[in-house]
Design a binder for this molecule. Structure first.
Ligand code: M6R
Length: 361
């Protein structure tokens, strides 16, 4: 049942405020400025002894894990990174006893992730799951974890589950942070930011008519560049994957700082750039990148907290706490990918060559 929407993708994009509300519900502890995650199975003493966090996933879940790693590093100050599960399992990784492993998956059935979990468990590692489908294979194999509560996601292209997975990571980061060195006031600040998310998501969704117009303007591109810096970089990667999957337009994501090391050679009017420009301590750096692109006659679509003069178009999104901004900045680009695909007459819910869950090697 698509509830009045023409595709599941559109329905699932539209459901994100409710979905985020669901992942937050019943978990916030205002008294201690923290969150409780029931099934984590990680005692405070154990959480304090974790020296590293390695997040494993594929596709969109891997991108959510990249934002998750940044959130954990920022809020809990635990060195963290994300890696595609398939790369991890084929490179004979060093499995270290002080590392906490986190497997991320919407379906909970992705074979590469499951195989990585099984290999880690065989070697005695502690593995948590951040999974959407309750009772799925990865949820069962993991030592504990948290459900993402996005609800069923039918479209092959993941949207609401991405957003909810990042929010679930924010909760995990806050939880670990408050067991370690995150202050009460920072804990409160993050909780207030989390509570603002559903309303801000609805605000973004209201700008759909404007995004639809922009998508039509850019739909003739053969290729697009997506750039971002630090918090904005995984947002750019996920937005680029979304556009490729559903519109079949080639898209490539790059850290904005790497432009001058090569991709600047691609810039010309026929190669538009989508730039993630949050209003944080890197704003001036990002503006400089826009200037470099403009000087080479590149078209720019910015996703930002204020109109960017150097950009041809800006999609303005509401500001949250710096750490939580990536959760919101990807949402207009889901709509952008959707409307581009619609303009090109693509099979939105079932893009060619793809399956919802990849249960084979
Ligand atoms: O079910 P999973 O989250 O484990 O799936 C991982 C990827 O296969 C998935 O995210 C894929 O990249 C989607 N088509 C993204 O839209």
């Amino acid at each position: 049942d698509m509830g009045g929407h023409d595709t599941y993708m559109h329905k699932e994009i539209a459901e994100q405020a409710e979905a985020v509300d669901r992942v937050l519900r019943g978990r916030i502890d205002d008294r201690f400025a923290t969150v409780h995650l029931g099934g984590l199975n990680l005692e405070p003493g154990e959480a304090r002894r974790v020296r590293r966090i390695k997040i494993l996933g594929c596709g969109t879940s891997y991108h959510a894990g990249q934002i998750g790693a940044q959130l954990i590093e920022e809020l809990a100050r635990i060195p963290s990174d994300a890696e595609p599960a398939s790369e991890f399992r084929y490179r004979n990784p060093v499995v270290d006893p002080d590392t906490l492993y986190v497997a991320v998956s919407q379906s909970g059935e992705t074979y590469d992730v499951l195989a990585a979990v099984q290999e880690l468990k065989r070697k005695g590692a502690r593995v948590l799951g951040v999974v959407n489908v309750v009772g799925s294979a990865i949820a069962r194999e993991a030592d504990g974890g948290t459900y993402v509560h996005a609800g069923p996601e039918v479209c092959v292209v993941s949207t609401k589950c991405f957003t909810n997975t990042v929010v679930a990571f924010a909760l995990l980061a806050l939880h670990l942070g408050r067991i370690r060195d995150l202050s009460v006031s920072d804990g409160k600040r993050i909780i207030e930011g989390l509570r603002r998310l559903p309303g801000q998501i609805d605000e973004i969704l209201k700008t759909e008519p404007e995004i639809k117009k922009l998508a039509r303007e850019y739909a003739d591109a053969k290729s697009m560049l997506f750039i971002g810096r630090v918090r904005g970089y995984p947002v750019a990667r996920e937005a680029s994957l979304k556009l490729k999957e559903v519109s079949y337009i080639h898209a490539e994501a790059y850290p904005a700082s790497e432009l001058k090391h090569g991709p600047l050679a691609l810039i010309e009017p026929a190669m538009p750039t989508v730039a993630i420009v949050p209003d944080d301590d890197l704003l001036e750096k990002n503006r400089a990148a826009l200037e470099e692109i403009k000087a080479r006659s590149g078209r720019i679509l910015a996703v930002a907290h204020q109109v960017q003069e150097k950009a041809d178009h800006t999609i303005v999104v509401p500001k949250n706490e710096d750490e939580l901004d990536p959760i919101l900045m990807g949402i207009p680009l889901q709509l952008f990918a959707y409307h581009t695909a619609l303009a090109l007459g693509r099979d939105i819910d079932k893009p060619r060559n793809l399956a919802k869950s990849v249960t084979v090697e």
